[in-house]
Design a protein. Structure first.
Length: 95
């Protein structure tokens, strides 16, 4: 079993995180937080209440904005990306 993970979502082109992404349902069950990222900086942290797979294969997350303590904890979290990566979603181990 994997430790709790966070899923970062690059929202540079979207403005806000969508609640459904093409990610593994099995792996998404370990996701504790979804973190919206823009230009390499953490914008907002959301707590995952549940995750369900849709008919189109995307995983739909029910998200609630995390507490201010959690927001502050991830404010300086390193979310640097590999250049040329096309997927807006990345997994990291939670703090």
């Amino acid at each position: 079993m994997r430790k709790n993970e966070i899923l970062t979502v690059d929202v540079s082109n979207y403005g806000q995180p969508n609640s459904a992404w093409r990610v593994s349902l099995e792996r998404s069950r370990n996701v504790k937080y979804v973190v919206s990222v823009s230009e390499g900086a953490v914008k907002t942290v959301y707590t995952v209440e549940n995750a369900k797979q849709r008919k189109d294969g995307r995983v739909n997350f029910k998200l609630v904005k995390a507490s201010q303590d959690v927001q502050n904890e991830y404010k300086n979290f390193d979310v640097s990306r590999d250049k040329g990566s096309q997927n807006p979603c990345r997994y990291f181990e939670a703090l």
